[in-house]
Design a protein around this ligand. Structure first.
Ligand SMILES: *[C@@H]1O[C@H](CO)[C@@H](O)[C@H](O)[C@H]1NC(C)=O
Ligand SMILES: *[C@@H]1O[C@H](CO)[C@@H](O)[C@H](O)[C@H]1NC(C)=O
Ligand SMILES: *[C@@H]1O[C@H](CO)[C@@H](O)[C@H](O)[C@H]1NC(C)=O
Length: 304
């Protein structure tokens, strides 16, 4: 098995599934293959033929997933595949293989190998075939809150990896631990990522709590009575943060979402507004001061 560098390909099952028809036998050594989008997969079928079959007796042999008018469609003639598939044989028809490069989620399907002989209407297909599951990303970090201070990060593969899979973790790009989970304190902006040991290039997206948000008021934080103002809040975080707006000295939020609009401004609206950005990793806030302008007062908008 030689998946190309960078892509995660996991062979889930190695069950001997042998189909036998008139002395023809098809054996797929791997019946379930899980691959990360963009990787290259390699699918094999071992064939045993009845005695006396010569190379010249074989008219055609190919791989397919779909059928059209009851006939299998050769992947090489399917425009979705033609540029990305390659067939090969290890020796005279004993073992056929299929490689698909740059796999897409739409390639998730059952792949079967079929043979046509020179005898009219004589065809043999290895069925069931090989099930390929293509997933968006191989590794993901799941975050679970243990209590107010601690979080547990767990590394997961959408390819439902076997228990034998081993992971390691990085904090701010430095490897710090081996194991499927990691306990970290909540509220920091440290950047964590997990790796699959033995699969170079396999790493999860980096997760981190929100950085301090940037807040702005448009058109201005200096208001005249009756004006409208739009407050915008944005914080770098992964997973993406949600946003809540509070006014100073108030317990319940004024609004949620990145954008908060105040219409018909009155003197009672002036004061400090907090935007709080929050994700599973933690929270962070910034303050914006809205003032009612009287005469020639200047803008006092200041991030906290
Ligand atoms: C949070 O959980 C950890 C681990 O279970 C424990 O050691 C710690 O004392 C707990 N802290 C609080 C504040 O409950
Ligand atoms: C924001 O995200 C946090 C953590 O993921 C969640 O607990 C909270 O309910 C969310 N709040 C809103 C308003 O969606
Ligand atoms: C805003 O963040 C600061 C420092 O991180 C924290 O002390 C404060 O309690 C937060 N304010 C609110 C309203 O959450």
């Amino acid at each position: 098995m030689s998946p190309s560098a960078g892509g995660l390909v996991v062979f889930l099952l190695s069950v001997q599934v042998i189909q036998s028809q008139d002395g023809w036998r098809f054996n797929y050594p791997q019946t379930d293959v899980c691959a990360e989008k963009g990787s290259e997969v390699f699918i094999i079928c071992d064939i045993t033929h009845p005695p006396g079959i010569r190379p010249s007796d074989i008219k055609d042999r190919f791989w397919f997933t779909k059928e059209k008018d009851g006939e299998p469609v050769d992947l090489r003639t399917d425009s979705e595949y033609s540029a990305r598939v390659e067939y090969g044989y290890y020796s005279y028809i004993k073992s056929g293989y299929l490689t698909i490069t740059d796999v897409r989620e739409s390639d998730s399907a059952e792949y079967k190998f079929t043979i046509r002989t020179n005898q009219p209407g004589e065809k043999y297909t290895g069925s069931p075939g090989v099930t390929l599951s293509v997933t968006d990303s191989g590794l993901q970090v799941q975050v679970r809150r243990l209590n107010s201070t601690w979080l547990e990060l767990t590394c997961h593969s959408s390819c439902v990896l076997s228990d034998r899979a081993e992971y390691e973790w990085s904090k701010n790009e430095e490897i710090i631990k081996t194991g499927s989970s990691l306990r970290v304190s909540s509220g920091s902006t440290d950047r964590y990522s997990c790796y699959l040991i033995g699969s170079p290039g396999q790493r999860s997206p980096v997760v981190y709590g929100p950085q301090r948000p940037s807040v702005s008021a448009s058109p201005s934080a200096e208001m005249l009575e009756g004006d409208s103002v739009t407050l915008t809040c944005s914080a770098d975080a992964n997973p993406a943060a949600n946003y809540t707006w509070y006014k100073e000295h108030e317990d319940s939020p004024r609004a949620s979402g990145q954008i908060f609009t105040i219409t018909d401004f009155t003197a009672e609206h002036s004061g400090n507004y907090y935007c709080e950005a929050q994700n599973e990793m933690g929270r962070s806030n910034s303050t914006l001061l809205l003032i009612t302008s009287s005469a020639h007062q200047r803008s006092l908008a200041t991030p906290a």
